[in-house]
Ligand binder design. Sequence first.
Ligand SMILES: [Zn+2]
Length: 74
Amino acid sequence: MTDVPEKDETGKVVMLGRCPNCSKRAVRDFRPFCSKRCADLDLGRWLTGSYAIPAVETDDPDEEDHSSSSPDKF
Ligand SMILES: [Zn+2]
């Protein structure tokens, strides 16, 4: 399914990210979350619309957020 090497069972190669909810280490079953709870929480946020979706107003349809915007760059 994925090419991401992960062997958390042996604790050798773990390329899982962090839970966007609580910054804990994500687990395979619920990634990118650390647990079902966090996954559900996140899903709930989506459903309730609490998620703040940044309105990106781009005139060019070709440019799709390729360059990370740094507001406080200079
Ligand atoms: Zn979590």
